[in-house]
Design a protein around this ligand. Sequence first.
Ligand SMILES: [Zn+2]
Length: 357
Amino acid sequence: MFKKILCILMAAVLVLSFAACKDEISLQTGSSDDYSYDQGESSEPASTESEAPKNEVSSNSQTTSGDSKKCTNHNFVESEIITEPTTKIEGSKLLKCSKCGEEKTETIAKLVFKNNSIITENGVKKAVVKRINGSKINVNVVPNKVLFLGNSLLLGMSNYSYGMCATDAKNDYYYHVTQAILKKNPNCKFERAHIAHRFEAIENVKDFNENILNLPWKNNGEKSPALGDLFTKDLDLIIIQAGDNVNNAARKAAFTETCGKFVELIKEKCPKARIIWVYGWYQASTVEQTVIDTCAKWEMECISLASLHVPATEAKAGQPYETESGGNAIVNNDWITHPGNEGMKKVADAILNKINL
Ligand SMILES: [Zn+2]
């Protein structure tokens, strides 16, 4: 009689285990997440889904040793970010018990956009810089080495010599900002580079990975040095003036995906650089949310130029400009929606106000 009961019990256990195994198999082969895993994307959701039933089977049938049992005193550690938070929506993350593998999700609070990184330390103004590993350092607001990355407003005139549409190299925003910094630190060094073709014009993430993550970047005939060579460890201020050429759906989608990656790349290469993002002479509404979310995540500052762009600050039809050879020519009518000398001064003032020397 006892043997009979034991046999029935063992049979029941076998049937249950088999049924559980079948469930596991169908989960693994039928899951659409597994398909995306095969294509090399987001492997983690697929593996966690198939692991969950496995643990249940083990503890129910007790066919394996106790290491896969649920523990009574979980030690949850962060396993992965499921959704990144933005300034508009909460994110979520997956936590996993380091002892038994039990999983749970938790919400991540919305990002807070401060747009101010200035503190005073022993009477000296400093900017708080959040590094790629999340730690923070304080760098002097008066810089020693500055990199300007921008589009035509930085380097659009006279074969990439100065900003469009100033009348000459001593009237663009780069000139005004560098002159003000030199008054505080005559030894400060400056570099600038044109990134409209290489960053703003990117239409998919593959282009970004191939042309930007693989430094040094292609130069596309501009006079600027290869950008990979410009990302040096000693930079303590980087002004990124970009977003105006994000002017179609493909560029917008790519910008949304790559803006944060671009900042992370710079933070890896330039670990102590304070980064300020300037946008919106054109196309402010297209890029604003992405710029603000990126700045909130990295506690960076940003400047919208949208309110500065009015007819009075644009260049004037028929105005002269200095050519590369030092001669004079008349501006092309296609250029004059760019800032003229007055607009350039206002852009520079906005940047200097944010740098807060
Ligand atoms: Zn546990």
